[in-house]
Design a protein around this ligand. Sequence first.
Ligand code: PAF
Length: 291
Amino acid sequence: MIVCCSLADFQQALASLPKDCELGFVPTMGALHKGHISLVQNALKYTPNVAVSIFVNPTQFNNPSDLASYPRTVEADCRRLAEAGATIVFVPSVEDIYPEADTRVFDLGGLDKTGEGPRRPGHFNGVAQVVTRLFDIVKPKYAFFGEKDFQQLAIIRYFTKKLGYPVEIIACPTLREPDGLAMSSRNTLLTPEHRAIAPSIYKVLKNAQQGAAQNLQLIVNGKNAETTPSELVQIAIGEIEKEPLLKTEYVEIVNSLNLQIINKWDDAQDIQMCTAVYAGNVRLIDNIKLK
Ligand code: PAF
């Protein structure tokens, strides 16, 4: 595995690959866990040539203390990537990615109007800035993103297509700890007390999935639903907040395609429940398919 700590080194490493190689690309912000490694493993099913970037992108952080506290573990990350079979690791500097301030404002198709969008102003524009910049540099055939960041995935699909990048976006399933907590680099920041309680977020999502399934079955049988999507949201918030150590930022039930909040179960073909919850100072997100 080649580790490149500058743009020039990375471009040289790319040039050493066969001309017609179909590059797989896994962009990351480092602090890698099994979820990231599974993205690399997925990528290796598509192509033997897999590039991974490690770059904590400042433009997607709307909160400076979140950027400052983001875990950075580059050496351990590189060891794990070598074991996983990655071909090239790209660890650029901020100047490599942003030789000058990036002032581009992206059309995100309104997919940033719910969920993380209003709560993290500028976040998805920052993601679009770094991902397009990385696509321009890496020129991958495939790029791999986790479904844990459900809204990010939808937005990346949108601008990749809209801007005509010839990159196939591949969604990879969320990996979970044995107790159900979605794997995230932020989990390492949890205190033992918050870590112990954090799996209840997924339990609440599973309960909601069951609740939605019962309502959808009633509708299939020609009956009325007993609980509306917004009532199910209130139930979920109530269940999360039974845990004094957790604070819900939002729970939303959205159309999986346009991410608009739905009011009725038959408002959309595919439905997702998405949430952000604070466990102490650590903000955790998760989501589950309801329909
Ligand atoms: O999901 C992430 O880790 C980041 O948002 C990404 C896609 C690597 C862009 O910085």
